[in-house]
Write a protein that binds this ligand. Structure first.
Ligand code: ADP
Length: 620
């Protein structure tokens, strides 16, 4: 372990306390059920130990029949009652257990939903989350293990208290016979307590050491797991089926799968289990056993010398054994907590990613006339960590109700421009204004509600067509159908077995329908129309459509967008002709701006160059 990975006790305790507070706040009932189960699990054995001892002492001593009957009845009834109560609480705990897992996942889901888009867009954020998931799957490490530590820790502490209560008599009751009076000496208390702490500490240390080998293996294990998940499943992945066959990729899958197999027979993990970890666990058990032998000798010696009856022998042996196990459990949990600290650090590194985007509070005025004017004023932007300006000094005012086309070569900044407009990122220089006010000052949720966007890499859900369009469980049927009609999906809708209720994709429904890329694009377009926002933004909206469908969308474009402001990114310049204005992007700046007629007239322009490069395929 490197210096940087060293964990202090203070750190381990503080992080687990924070994890406990965070987790238990999400599902207090689940933690209550765990706590109650811990109490009953810890204390119930002592009741039967105590009652059995009384019974055996009575049988070996006075043999009072009415007392024997009384003790037997109390033992039977209390065992029955506690058994019933234990089962009831256990049942409740298991029910809460399911909700507990969901509550834990909710912590991460909420974080993802609240995170700035800039962080969601970073590969590092996803790597961090993948690590958390893998740690959880490999050893339940991270937040997931906190309930177990809570239950076992609490149970151990209560067990220790109960055992001490029942063991005190072992030292207090004196041997009368002077020949054996030596065993009354207080030194035996010191020896027994020291031996117990020594052996339990050693036993717990050995078991924690074994656990440490596994947790140190986590990084390598994660890598192996990733390889296993990717190459092990690639062959069965439907999306890869064609490539697999065309390029015989199963050979490379097999190569990676077997070369980096960290869990199988002969691999590092199984060698560890058979070797060092197995030996350490065996030693840990052996040490416990030696201490128990020592206790047996001491207690039997005292009973033989007449300090107490045979019933008390069972009580003391039972209580000391339980005490030993509880101390061992407590030390073990503390050791595990230390091992788990590095995994919790990863959890909090993720959960503590700050929200740096300024969250304004101004509300957006609801206007039926759609009079929203947007202005880019000297805007420059560079992606975090990139060092290259993706946009530089962009100035543009959108006229209300205008159809604006954005054209330019790949990488010229078109999509970045839209991302800034939707406030997925904030510019480092300049301002974007909505009706004269910096967009950062508006409430973010309200601000994005004025945009309907179809990005190039849009994603649909494995849900019904209607749910996809409304992005919700309830939808207006007529409106959804109208939007699908406007997006050119009418004919296909007629073929859908359950109309709007038909599921797209088959993940959750065998009768779900598979759709083509062009059809998916039409559904995404219908979804944007259904949102009915004052701005409609289409990033390459017809790239996957066939020429006939594309023509249909263009013809209907004015009808579709109505009096909304429409922004249209396209590589096909012929499709931009019907827009009022065209902004030509080049290397992050707007180099030309005007109508098609104005721009194409200038034979030196970038637009003319792009236009003629495409036109030659048609004119030749
Ligand atoms: P276009 O939409 O015109 O093809 P983009 O706006 O997607 O161009 O990209 C503009 C520039 O920003 C390109 O140089 C691209 O490589 C870079 N870029 C885009 N997305 C990211 C990102 N997430 N991180 C870093 N650089 C990016």
């Amino acid at each position: 372990m490197g210096q940087k990975d060293r964990v202090t006790w203070r750190e381990a305790i503080l992080l687990h306390k924070r994890g406990f507070q965070l987790y238990s706040k999400q599902c207090p009932k689940a933690f209550l059920s765990l706590g109650m189960f811990a109490v009953i699990k810890a204390l119930s054995p002592y009741l039967s130990i105590y009652l059995s001892a009384l019974l055996v002492n009575e049988l070996a001593g006075r043999r009072d029949i009415s007392r024997i009957v009384f003790l037997t009845t109390v033992t039977i009834l209390s065992t029955f009652g506690i058994g019933l109560l234990t089962e009831g609480i256990k049942h409740w705990k298991e029910y809460e257990n399911v909700l507990r897992w969901q509550a834990k996942d909710k912590i991460f889901i909420n974080k993802m939903m609240e995170m700035d888009f800039a962080d969601i867009d970073k590969a590092k954020t996803h790597e961090l989350y993948a690590q958390i998931e893998q740690n959880q799957q490999m050893g339940g490490w991270g937040l997931a293990v906190i309930p177990k530590y809570f239950e076992t820790g609490l149970s151990a502490v209560l067990s220790i208290l109960g055992a001490i209560f029942l063991t005190v008599g072992m030292f207090l009751k004196k041997v009368e016979d002077p020949k054996w009076a030596i065993v009354n000496h207080p030194i035996f208390i010191v020896i027994i307590v020291a031996a117990m702490f020594g052996t339990t500490a050693l036993s717990a240390f050995l078991s924690t050491k074994s656990n440490e080998y596994y947790s140190n293996f986590a990084k390598e294990g994660r890598f192996g797991n990733n390889i296993f998940s990717f190459f092990g499943r690639a062959v069965t992945d439907k999306r890869r089926a064609i490539d697999m066959r065309m390029y015989n990729q199963q050979d490379i899958c097999k190569y990676y799968f077997t070369t980096y197999n960290v869990f199988g027979i002969g691999a590092k993990m199984s060698k560890m289990a058979w070797g060092i970890c197995g030996i350490l666990n065996a030693l840990s058990s052996a040490v416990s056993f030696i201490f128990q032998c020592f206790i047996y000798i001491f207690v039997c010696l005292k009973a033989w010398a007449g300090a107490f009856g045979v019933g008390s022998v069972t009580q003391y042996i039972g209580a000391v054994t339980a005490l030993f196990l509880a101390v061992e459990n407590l030390l073990q949990i503390m050791g595990y907590m230390k091992n788990n600290t590095k995994f919790l650090k990863t959890v909090f590194e993720f959960l503590d990613i700050p929200n740096q985007m300024y969250q304004g509070s101004l509300t957006i005025e609801k206007r039926s006339d759609y009079k929203y004017e947007i202005e880019f004023r000297n805007v420059s932007f560079c992606y975090p960590g990139s060092g290259i300006w993706a946009l530089k000094n962009v100035n543009l005012v959108f006229q209300i109700g205008e159809r604006l086309a954005i054209v330019g070569e790949n990488g010229s900044g078109k999509t970045t421009f839209i991302k800034l407009l939707c406030r997925l990122y904030d510019p480092q220089e300049g301002q974007i204004l909505l009706n004269g006010i910096d967009i950062r000052k508006y409430n973010y949720k309200e601000y994005i509600s004025i945009f309907s966007v179809v990005f190039q890499d849009f994603q649909l859900l494995s849900a019904s067509l209607g749910e996809n369009i409304a992005a919700g469980a309830y939808y207006n049927k007529e409106m959804a159908e109208k939007c699908l009609r406007n997006a050119g999906f009418e004919e296909r809708l007629k073929q859908m077995p359950n109309g709007l209720a038909t599921n797209i994709y088959k993940e959750f429904d065998q009768k779900g329908v598979e759709i083509s890329g062009g059809e998916a694009q039409k559904i995404a377009l219908a979804r944007a129309l259904y949102k009915d926002a004052p701005f409609i933004i289409l990033d390459e909206p017809t790239a996957a459509l066939d020429p006939v469908a594309e023509q249909e969308v263009y013809e209907k474009f004015n009808e579709i967008t109505g009096d909304k402001t429409a922004i249209y990114i396209s590589h096909r310049l012929s499709s931009c002709k019907f827009c009022d204005k065209i902004a030509v992007f080049h290397k992050g700046s707007i180099v030309e701006y005007g109508s098609h007629q104005e721009l194409v007239r200038n034979k030196e322009s970038k637009y003319y160059q792009l236009w003629s490069a495409q036109a030659q395929y048609y004119t030749n």
